[in-house]
Design a protein around this ligand. Structure first.
Ligand SMILES: *[C@@H]1O[C@H](CO)[C@@H](O)[C@H](O)[C@H]1NC(C)=O
Ligand SMILES: *[C@@H]1O[C@H](CO)[C@@H](O)[C@H](O)[C@H]1NC(C)=O
Length: 197
């Protein structure tokens, strides 16, 4: 027993040093569920999303308010890319930021009737790799009470991580033609990671 006692302080030092380094390098992670309800909205617009907003920059997306057609999932505002295409990205500064997309609510908004809508999504990864996914929003036919129209929701798998930017573009699902409408998103959930080393 007694002969091993001097080893204990040495062991403690050997373990303590790397732990201190890890501490300094530990990335900070922030998870957001972005609802756009606290952003100013004036008419007539435009009402661009301020950049950065909840850790991300928006290109072409605007703040938009419920107008009696499809209700936002939460509150009375969502974000809308009026032409159907736009980007959401981590800012370049500070550097070493990436994000992981978890889920969102979405709708293609062009009026009734509207054809089935294909939303193409591209994810640009930090590695330079590009991933792609297409999600659909159903066709809307006349003869429905307005309450039948609602946003749809989707989740993203583990591939949608280490992202620098996510891009969106909408088209008719049947023939690739123009939807003549916008893409609305709400309750966008993601985690921004800021690496320190
Ligand atoms: C979205 O980002 C990609 C890659 O940076 C770019 O090629 C594309 O033009 C952008 N689209 C829009 C609508 O900003
Ligand atoms: C998706 O949207 C359509 C059209 O608004 C709606 O009828 C349907 O109930 C929605 N689906 C879900 C699962 O919310």
């Amino acid at each position: 027993m007694i002969i091993f006692a001097p080893l204990i302080p040495l062991l403690a030092i050997a373990i303590a040093a790397p732990v201190a380094d890890d501490e300094k390098c530990r990335p900070t992670q922030t998870t957001y569920t972005t609802k756009y309800d606290n952003l100013p909205f004036v008419e007539p617009g435009p009402n661009p999303i301020p950049s950065p907003y909840n850790g991300l920059n928006y290109k072409t997306f605007q703040v938009d308010q419920y107008d009696g057609f499809i209700p936002p999932t939460s509150g009375n505002q969502w974000t809308m890319a009026f032409g159907g295409s736009g980007n959401i990205s981590v800012p370049d500064s500070p550097p070493k930021q990436i994000f992981e997309l978890d889920s969102f609510s979405y709708a293609c908004v062009s009026g009734v009737p509207q054809p089935e809508c294909a939303i193409s999504m591209w994810g640009w990864k930090e590695s330079g790799r590009l991933i792609k996914r297409v999600i659909k929003f159903p066709r809307l036919d006349p003869g429905h009470p307005i309450e039948d129209f609602k946003m749809n929701a989707t989740k993203f798998g583990g591939e949608w991580r280490d992202l620098k930017s996510v891009g969106f573009s909408i088209a008719r699902a049947d023939n690739g033609g123009d939807m003549f409408g916008g893409l609305a998103l709400d309750d966008v959930k993601y985690t921004v990671t800021q690496r320190k080393c």
